[in-house]
Unconditional design. Structure first.
Length: 193
């Protein structure tokens, strides 16, 4: 996900037909450098990295195309169509996943249904709707720069909930600083406008 800001800085001008912003490209590279520094001892070339890069590119394309259509369609309609399409697509791919990875399907337990309901409505549908609404005011680059903070949030939550800060290496803090600098400079730049 750390590549989304840089990819957005490169893809958004091509799709929206605006000038490339060298400052956004630089901030995107700051975010990538920050994530690289945080995870520098755990980076290995693997199928997971390839899938992650494809996922990041698809995330950027969705945000850029949503930015392009947000003025023509209400956020509710975009959310309904995109999440319904995602649900149907994943449902169709589920048998393929089960056959490739030999996973057995299990019926959720009663308490699982409550958590599935909360995760689907609060953490997916509501947040996607708010994200679409935010695209009316923000660029796709800004939305994707915020995504680079997700690994940092995860690490901070691991501190608070699981007390895993003793497992962090010395590189977490400089990497976190680079990501924070990118976000703060971009926020300052937006507020100046």
């Amino acid at each position: 996900m750390s590549t989304t800001a840089l990819l957005a800085a490169l893809v958004e001008p091509l799709v929206i037909k605006k000038k490339f912003d060298l400052f956004e490209i630089l901030l995107g590279m700051f975010a990538i450098a920050g994530i690289f520094i945080i995870y520098n001892t755990h980076l290995e070339f693997s199928p997971g990295i390839v899938v992650g890069l494809i996922s990041a590119l698809l995330t950027v394309l969705v945000s850029v195309f949503n930015k392009k259509i947000i003025d023509r369609f209400p956020a509710e309609q975009i959310t309904l169509y995109q999440l319904t399409g995602g649900f149907l697509g994943m449902s169709l791919l589920l048998p393929l996943f089960q056959s490739l990875f030999n996973e057995q399907w299990k019926m959720p337990q009663p308490m699982d249904w409550l958590w599935l309901f909360i995760l689907s409505w609060v953490c997916t549908i509501l947040t996607f709707f708010l994200y679409i609404r935010a695209l009316k005011k923000l660029s796709a680059f800004t939305a994707n720069l915020a995504l680079t903070l997700e690994p940092v949030y995860g690490i901070i939550l691991a501190f608070a909930i699981y007390h895993e800060n003793k497992l962090l290496g010395q590189w977490f803090y400089p990497g976190f600083a680079l990501i924070t600098i990118a976000v703060v400079f971009h926020t300052w730049r937006i507020m100046r406008k």
